[in-house]
Ligand binder design. Structure first.
Ligand SMILES: Cc1cc2nc3c(=O)[nH]c(=O)nc-3n(C[C@H](O)[C@H](O)[C@H](O)COP(=O)(O)OP(=O)(O)OC[C@H]3O[C@@H](n4cnc5c(N)ncnc54)[C@H](O)[C@@H]3O)c2cc1C
Length: 348
């Protein structure tokens, strides 16, 4: 038997940010990765403290941004790379009313740190009413983050490239195959629905597509443009455009309607020709109150779930990995807002 402090099931944002907490605190662990492209790996990597429909912010936005920057600096210490790309979001205004609303909100205490009052006109794209810049917004280098971290854990014999088989877990003994483990953290995204210990948690899949396009005229490299969706450069002259939201289509194939939606969204503000080169999709694990779900199994005290990261996998995954770590190792209560059993309490 091999003794480990933790098994992490999954390899998306929840898993890798939790693994960072373990690395930082010198705990022993292994990560089970079934090798599918996670929703995390196809995500845009946008780090954004503002809801760009209504120009509002959300719970703990500033704390989450600060904590993410610190964590990415810590990760840089062992991978040698900082995955933060300091490229601000420029939101294209649809009309004068949106400009007025932005200005009004930018004077409120909540939004003052995030909404820049000086509108900017962008070259190449259509922006008749200019754009508003989101302060402190940025992007994660998604591919670099996953390629390097998974390799780092593999090189340290912490990555097991296998599907974790729930039937082979002996929860009362705390053993799995040849592992004797103190705690197991399930970070499976939507696949949690097949986990017999946590299948009833209230996450709802939200399917998202993005396209990778070749643009005939390049756009500014150092910003992220947002109208309906986000547009920004990747490597090799490809640009990311997406993602869509869909709660109805749950099949494991590309939806043509989502691709049409993306093409039309891009046509609205990109006046030149473009070619769609790649199409990707994934399922966001969303929750009705838009907050993650974390907690301990009611009977098996060594089993935990870390899920419901929704549309903000990076900020939620990074920030709440520490909450979960502190709960397990330091007996610090999890915030009520994210508790696994909050829905049962309300329904009771
Ligand atoms: C199109 C799109 C764009 C997005 N853009 C952004 C964005 O810009 N910014 C942002 O913050 N968020 C974004 N998101 C949301 C973000 O991707 C999700 O919140 C996040 O991916 C959820 O992470 P997770 O780790 O919980 O799950 P996942 O990313 O789904 O990872 C779970 C992983 O666990 C593996 N797994 C499951 N069960 C097992 C098992 N039994 N054994 C082994 N492995 C297992 C799965 O194969 C999967 O790889 C976007 C999502 C989509 C779909």
């Amino acid at each position: 038997m091999k003794n480990v402090d933790y098994i992490i099931v999954g390899d998306g944002y929840a898993a890798l940010f939790f693994a960072h907490q373990l690395t930082k605190n010198k705990k022993s662990f292994v990560i089970f990765s079934e090798g599918k492209k996670s929703a995390s790996q196809i995500s845009a990597g946008i780090i954004n403290p503002v809801v760009l429909k209504k120009f509002t912010t959300f719970w703990l936005a500033q704390e989450q941004l600060d904590f993410l920057r610190t964590s990415l600096n810590e990760i840089e210490n062992y991978t040698g790379v900082n995955y933060l790309i300091n490229a601000s979001i420029h939101r294209i205004f649809h009309d004068e009313n949106e400009q007025k609303l932005w200005l009004k909100k930018s004077k409120t205490e909540e939004l003052l740190p995030f909404l820049n009052e000086d509108f900017k006109h962008l070259e190449v794209v259509k922006n008749d009413f200019n754009t508003g810049m989101v302060e402190q917004s940025a992007r994660l280098n998604v591919q670099g983050f996953f390629d390097d971290l998974l390799k780092y854990h593999e090189d340290n014999s912490q990555l097991i490239k296998e599907k974790f088989n729930y039937n082979e877990l002996n929860a009362s003994d705390s053993t799995y195959h040849n592992f004797k483990v103190k705690n197991i953290i399930f970070c499976e995204g939507m696949n949690v629905k097949t986990n017999p210990y946590f299948s009833d948690i209230q996450v709802i899949p939200n399917k998202g597509h993005h396209i990778r396009v070749k643009l005939s005229q390049p756009i500014p490299e150092d910003i992220t443009i947002k109208k309906k969706h986000f547009l920004f450069p990747l490597k090799d002259n490809l640009y990311f455009y997406g993602g869509t939201y869909d709660r109805e289509q749950m099949h494991e194939n590309i939806d043509d309607s989502a691709v049409e939606q993306l093409k039309n969204g891009l046509l609205e503000f990109y006046p030149n020709n473009f070619d769609v080169k790649e199409i990707h999709f994934g399922f966001r694990p969303t929750v009705k109150d838009r907050r993650p779900i974390l907690g301990r199994h009611p009977q098996h005290k060594n089993l935990y779930v870390f899920n419901g990261l929704g549309a903000r996998g990076i900020l939620n995954g990074c920030y709440f990995s520490k909450s979960l770590y502190d709960f397990i190792e330091n007996n610090i209560d999890l915030p009520e807002e994210i508790l696994l059993d909050r829905f049962n309490k309300k329904d009771a």
